[in-house]
Design a protein around this ligand. Structure first.
Ligand code: BGC
Length: 483
């Protein structure tokens, strides 16, 4: 949309700074592949390579797994507690309660505050839906814990926190065993529940995607579990010979699900695009210098990138000048405050086609108390599109590269590839999914085959999937040859 010439060159330049070319996508996919190998080799975690964490999940579900399990899911602003009844025919029944995590528990001095809150919520869920868990005479209910932060996993039910992401900051929890923290707080409340599995949300999404998918009907295999929400990450199945850092693999295992923690792809910025705004946003976070890929893609950051650009344009006297004068020398408080511009707002601005962007005027007024002129709204819309376009194109890199990487695992099978995805950005942001697929096609990972690539939204995947873990383990114990 047209802008007056004091603005046009600046905005055009910004659009160029955020543009991602086809050549870049191809080069970045090669680099991603290389980074995966480095992460699978390196025995120690470091900022230099992707974590590529072995999860001790050694098989992918078939859909025949059965049983009733509890799932607890912590990954962002909400804590979910569910019971999942797996029917053994790709279907399940789910009962769930959702609790908002109080801000003061996300940044706290002691981990026990958070984990005792989680245990109390599990107790309220059980009081409501499963009173049998209070009876000591019965077998404990088995609980899978989805914990969506980088964890150094040492067994299915063991793992220590590497670092917090997505705005959490409780230093006291780092290096501590996450299962122990939860179990200890459940024991204090005398709840008859045993935490039997710990999994990242992407692992849950992969497993629930595979459990629910019936390849005979969809003609597709689920090869990746991915999240594009507050944060971003993905998991896939890797063959053992490609995981040299795994020194004592479980007996009989042929491979293992890997939690890539791709949010930390290229932390040293060898190839990722960098603008001064990315640097400002990074400097505002608790995990500065880490997860720089995530900070260009996921929901927590898209709004903040836009906000810091707007502040910079304002400082250059390009926008909000009249507003500034009218307010006697200040900007609306919400615009001046970090993290106050929600990415959900961007999803409305992105597709506003009303005359003079009147819809956006209303939205900005309501959400930020920000009055705008027509030109300012055009600026905001064009920047929103540039930021989200970059995010969607970058999101294609890990997905396409993993498809390329696992192609051989499926060489004797003619089914399509399916990415099981969850998260607000991939689910709700207008055009995001299609933009990912367009860029996946540019990378063209399945060149030379007739297979196609689909994205499937795997709702509640992270919770359902962690319930599949214990069921899967029981299946494996019954039929070890299925590994
Ligand atoms: C975390 C991952 C998680 C992702 C999506 C990232 O910030 O490091 O463990 O899977 O967010 O929730």
């Amino acid at each position: 949309m047209y802008l007056p010439h004091h603005l046009e060159p600046t905005i055009k330049q910004l659009e160029e700074d955020f543009a991602i070319s086809d050549e870049f996508l191809i080069k970045a996919s090669d680099f991603f592949l290389q980074s995966m190998d480095e992460g699978l080799k390196a025995p120690e975690q470091s900022r230099e390579h992707m974590p590529m964490i072995p999860t001790y999940v050694t098989a992918i579900p078939t859909g025949k797994e059965k049983g009733l399990y509890l799932a607890a899911d912590l990954g962002g602003t909400n804590f979910r507690v569910c019971s999942v009844d797996l029917k053994g025919d790709h279907t399940h029944e789910l009962i769930q309660n959702k609790y908002r995590i109080p801000q003061e528990l996300m940044k706290a001095s002691s981990a026990d505050k958070l984990f005792s809150y989680l245990a109390q919520k599990i107790e309220s869920f059980l009081d409501e839906h499963h009173t049998e868990a209070k009876e000591k005479s019965t077998q404990p209910l088995k609980l899978g814990f989805t914990f969506s932060f980088p964890v150094n996993q040492t067994n299915l039910d063991e793992g220590t926190l590497i670092r917090w992401t997505k705005g959490f900051d409780i230093p006291d929890a780092v290096d501590r065993d996450i299962v122990d923290l939860l179990q200890a707080n459940l024991t204090v409340l005398e709840i008859n529940v045993k935490v039997v599995a710990l999994a990242n949300d992407t692992v849950g999404t992969l497993l629930s995607g595979a459990y629910q998918n019936n390849p005979a009907e969809t003609n597709a295999n689920t090869i990746v579990g991915a999240i594009f929400g507050t944060g971003t990450n993905g998991a896939y199945f890797e063959t053992l010979e490609n995981i040299p850092k795994l020194k004592n693999p479980p007996p009989g295992a042929k491979g293992m699900v890997i939690n890539t923690e791709w949010g930390s792809f290229d932390n040293t910025l060898k190839i990722l695009p960098r603008t001064k705004y990315d640097e400002i946003v990074d400097s505002e976070t608790a995990n500065k210098g880490y997860h720089l890929f995530e900070k260009r893609i996921s929901g927590m950051f898209l709004g903040e990138i836009l906000r810091v650009i707007l502040i910079d344009l304002f400082k250059q006297d390009l926008i909000f000048t009249d507003l500034y004068k009218a307010r006697g020398g200040s900007l609306p408080h919400r615009l001046a405050q970090p993290w106050q511009l929600d990415s959900e707002v961007l999803s409305y601005l992105q597709i506003d086609d009303s005359t003079d962007l009147k819809m956006s005027e209303l939205i900005l007024q309501n959400t930020l108390r920000l009055p705008t002129t027509r030109d300012e709204r055009v600026v905001i819309q064009r920047l929103t599109q540039a930021i989200s376009n970059r995010a969607a194109k970058l999101s294609a890199i890990p997905l396409a590269t993993i498809a390329k990487r696992v192609k051989d695992q499926y060489k004797d099978d003619d089914k399509d590839f399916e990415f099981g995805c969850d998260g607000s950005v991939v689910e709700f942001y207008p055009g995001f999914r299609q933009a990912i697929l367009d860029s996946v096609n540019v990378i063209d990972p399945l060149k030379g085959t007739n297979k196609k690539i689909h994205i499937r939204i795997s709702k509640d995947g992270s919770s359902v999937g962690v319930a599949v873990v214990p069921a899967l383990v029981e299946e494996i114990q019954k039929n070890p040859h299925n590994l």
